[in-house]
Design a protein around this ligand. Structure first.
Ligand SMILES: Nc1ncnc2c1ncn2[C@@H]1O[C@@H]2COP(=O)(O)O[C@H]2[C@H]1O
Length: 224
């Protein structure tokens, strides 16, 4: 676990970036450090944890499942992102399940402290609003693609979202993403996604490189 003090940790979190020194100190007093192992559940859909979790290191996955246990991946969150604000704001149960994908260190802020911090720190309230708005934008795009796009378009869009320029400036996905995960992101079966990915590869839209990374050709954006 990080040797930094709570105050030093807080100073690195964008959500708290604009707090005054005394506001940051009072948040620092209120937070505690939590470590989650790979695969461990941080919050469970339908339950209440009354806590805001802020990711310091690691990565979590936000998933929702139906009664038959079929999962959809809503998002992957990384350092600086936070979890549980929805339940704190509307006092309902967690809207989704969040699970650590790798060992993940977080700061936890309880409901009472959150309720105390928010009115005192308009910058924090604004940052949360901005985060919610950005998420709504992403959700709007997702609804659009589910309603209007075929699986090709949805897979293309998901791959483009993950792609980043590599050292040579070409778009690539470095980490391996399984067909199963892509299927859970786009709402299609794994078999269908495998077929679409093979076809995209055959048609030269994507290319698997020797190091396991995936090269994304610009042309893919014509599908997504
Ligand atoms: N579509 C999404 N994108 C990113 N994060 C989400 C999304 N849906 C839910 N979350 C996060 O997952 C958390 C689940 O618990 P809450 O509903 O309290 O708060 C939720 C958000 O912090």
């Amino acid at each position: 676990m990080s040797m930094l003090s709570n105050l030093e940790l807080i100073r690195r979190v964008p959500l708290f970036a604009l707090l005054t020194q005394s506001q940051a100190e009072s948040v620092a007093d209120a937070v505690s450090k939590r470590r989650f192992k790979r695969g461990e559940t941080v919050v469970e859909q339908g339950e209440k944890s009354n806590t805001l979790f802020i990711i310091l290191t690691g990565r979590v996955r936000v998933v929702t499942a139906d009664k038959r246990g079929r999962e959809v991946i809503l998002a992957t969150l990384s350092p600086g992102d936070y979890i549980g604000e929805m339940s704190l704001i509307d006092n309902e149960a967690h809207s989704a399940t969040v699970r650590a994908e790798i060992q993940t260190d977080m700061l936890a802020l309880g409901r009472a402290e959150f309720a105390r911090c928010l009115p005192e720190n308009s910058s924090m309230a604004y940052a949360i609003m901005k985060g919610l708005v950005q998420r709504l934008r992403a959700a709007d795009r997702k609804i659009e693609s589910l309603a209007l796009m075929d699986v090709y378009g949805r897979v293309a869009r998901a791959l483009l979202e993950f792609a980043q320029p590599d050292r040579e400036g070409a778009l690539a996905i470095r980490e391996r993403i399984s067909r199963q995960d892509i299927a859970k992101m786009v709402g299609a079966s794994r078999e269908m996604v495998s077929r679409v990915m093979k076809d995209l590869e055959d048609r030269g839209f994507i290319e698997t490189r020797e190091d396991g990374s995936m090269l994304i050709k610009d042309r893919l954006s014509t599908l997504g």
